[in-house]
Design a protein around this ligand. Structure first.
Ligand code: PLP
Length: 342
């Protein structure tokens, strides 16, 4: 174990999986209540080949981070919001909802028992991955008879190489992420595999990610890969409204609240791609990406550059304000941070 630790290079963390020491696991039969689970050594699962999650994708994930603050303490960012979102997803996918207190206890214990993997302040964070899935066997397409809720963690660095450095994105012309009435508004595992090939193709052409337009009109911006989109024009911040096809990010919600408290006008609205291309600044936001400045967008044959390829003033202001709350450089006026004893 010490050997694993001594080989951590905190300077060069990337956003990739790294096995840690311990994980949380709990099981629940359909129709019964969740009980407090157990911590165990990180290990592979033993699961029926007929498990609902393997055959029909009955599964949800969450993504959150434990931050090492500048005072050395360890904090979570709005964990109740993740618990609530997973409950919403469980209702959509016919799974038993994990109670908020069990969810938060699981996250806290997973951080505590892997505390040596929390990177020093400024070097990275401990990414936390709660998973809820139909683990019992089922042959017909219907909810599984048994469910597993687990949490594992992994130390990570920045999601986009270069951090705030502006990224080049491309509008996806042939693919959409989610359709009205589908599951785009929850973190259903099945929402992500269809985006892998489009994203990989864009990366091979030199783009950092793709931007999805809505599936009905192919006109309004929805999301950037697995992050929410924002644009700023004449000082007004706009982000796509939540219509059920967009994942309601906790970073998105926090940026809306934070920006309004700083006096910015923030609109949740349909964003026509043509409007976004005339914006002064664009960025995307999520737990993994934090706030990532968008340097250019390619749409068909047109490439539009923002801020001459630099980071916009308001984007930087939002980024600084959010990060300084998360690392406790500034006061937690919204009551967003939860300290963990480690
Ligand atoms: C997780 C996710 C986000 C960001 O949500 P946060 O709660 O801010 O991390 C945005 N879009 C998609 C599709 C996601 O899966």
């Amino acid at each position: 174990m010490e050997k694993k630790y001594s080989t951590i290079d905190w300077e060069n963390l990337t956003f990739s999986f790294r096995e840690t020491d311990r994980m949380y696991i709990s099981n629940c039969k359909q129709g019964e209540e969740w009980e407090i689970g157990n911590m165990q050594d990180f290990q592979n699962l033993s699961i029926s080949p007929a498990a609902g999650v393997l055959n029909y994708g009955q599964g949800l994930f969450e993504g959150m981070k434990a931050y090492r603050a500048i005072d050395g303490s360890v904090v979570l960012f709005r964990p109740k919001e993740n618990a609530k979102r997973m409950q919403m997803g469980a209702r959509r996918l016919g799974m038993p909802e994990v109670p908020e207190d069990i969810f938060i206890d699981a996250v806290i214990r997973s951080v505590q028992e892997n505390s040596r993997w929390i990177p020093p302040a400024g070097k990275g964070t401990l990414y936390i991955r709660p998973l809820l899935m139909g683990s019992g066997p089922i042959l017909g397409v219907s909810p599984a008879p048994e469910y597993t809720f687990l949490v594992y963690v992994s130390p990570v660095g920045p999601y986009f190489k270069g951090g705030l450095k502006p990224t080049s994105l491309k509008i996806s012309e042939n693919h959409h992420r989610a359709a009205p009435g589908g599951s785009g508004g929850v973190k259903a595992i099945g929402n992500y595999a269809p985006g892998m090939v489009p994203s990989k193709n864009a990366k091979s052409e030199g783009f950092a990610e793709i931007i999805y337009l809505d599936a009905v009109n192919h006109k309004y911006i929805e999301e950037v890969g697995a992050a929410n989109f924002f644009c700023i024009k004449n000082g007004v911040i706009s982000t796509p409204e939540l219509t059920g096809t967009i994942l309601g990010g906790i970073t998105r919600l926090s940026i809306i609240e934070l920006a309004r408290s700083k006096g910015y006008e923030v609109r949740e609205e349909k964003i026509d791609v043509e409007y976004a291309l005339t914006a002064d600044e664009c960025f995307c936001a999520g737990t993994a990406a934090v706030v990532s400045s968008i340097g250019s967008i390619k749409h068909g044959d047109i490439v539009v550059e923002f801020c001459n390829g630099g980071v916009g003033e308001i984007t930087r202001d939002i980024y600084d304000s959010l990060v300084s709350i998360q690392n406790r450089k500034s006061e937690d006026v919204f009551g967003w941070m939860m300290e963990i004893d480690v």
